[in-house]
Design a protein around this ligand. Sequence first.
Ligand code: MEV
Length: 437
Amino acid sequence: MTNPVLGFSKKTKEEKIKWLASHYLKDDPDAISVLQKYWNPDANLQKLHDDFIENTITNYYLPFGVAPNFLINGELYALPMVIEESSVVAAASNAAKFWLDKGGFKTEILGTTKNGQVYFNYFGNKASLIAFFDEVLPTLRTSIEGIQKNMKKRGGGLLNIELKDSTAELEGFYQLHCTFETLDAMGANFINSCLETIARTFEEEAQINPAFHDENDCPEVVMSILSNYVPECRVRAEVSCPISQLDPDPDKAQEFADRFVRAVAIAQTETRRAVTHNKGIMNGIDAVILATGNDFRAVEAGIHAYAAKDGHYRSLTYATATEGEFRFGIDIPLALGTVGGLTSLHPLVKLAFEILQKPNAQQLMQIVAVAGLAQNFAALRSLVTTGIQKGHMKMHLMNILNQMEANVQEKEKAVDHFKEQTVSHSAVVEFIENLRA
Ligand code: MEV
């Protein structure tokens, strides 16, 4: 048992590592050296990364890949993707190439507003609360003028404040439901600053309002925070082509379309399949979100809630094959930023934006939706034809070889051998062991 450490955040990086090593790493010099190996030799760059969070002791690398040939609304993009899973970038690239000569991806913004809530308790007379809300509304708006000055100049800001009665779900539970336009900013800090000011003003005004003479009947704020559920900030991406273009063999093309549509229908119906289906979509979405320094947890939470919007968790994509036409699309909520946060700080995030030709938030929403759709197309295409493992294990081969510390010659021989053979962990181990024997 170690004792709790006090003032840890005040220690230097070296002191933190020393403490960690002595308490949890048996003072292993190799462990310390691993941590140090990942320090960046450029002290300024390292300092930048150190300052992103508290108690940074080293950097954690993930591969930064690129999936080219994405034709989106007639423009060609190469998508920057940060992800650890071997097959994701290859799958995205395959899907992009497949749709390149079939018109590419078409996208549409369905809305851009974000929202946040001031949650409060009120056990008094509802009519008094409504009258007070109507009276205080202009003051609430004025209270955030300072915060939203710049945002307003650019055409954004607070759009609306609505009083919501949620007492049917929870006794005494009311909300101020606030909607915002945050333009190219994801807007979390902006929205939260507005909400906290609105909440403070609301409570202060209530306390001096004669309508709430009895203390028990005065609205009391519990908390204020943006919502990561953003169904009004939504994007759609689609691909379509004549069924005959799906495969040179007409029978195979029809069979593929039918099996594909059926696979999506299964994911619309069965939660167990829908979760995995949507996980595959998130492979593409998260990879671009990470590369562009956006908040993947917010995006994940919002998208999964949207997948369950009718009370049943379903596929985020839809597919039809009717009247000779194959159509496949996705409709997802996405609150993204192309300014603020890490976007102007992390050199690789800046580079990702350069690669994407400096998109604004709406363009990034469209690119990200395409990444999700492409990933799902690639996964379903494998699943309803060859099965997933063929392509997946081929991409995983290098990881198995690296685990076995295979040298260059062994790797070359293995790659050559497994061009024709099915990759499995045991088959690779056996192949390398035979080589070494
Ligand atoms: C693996 O990361 C993703 C898949 O499972 C997605 C799917 O099943 O649709 C292949």
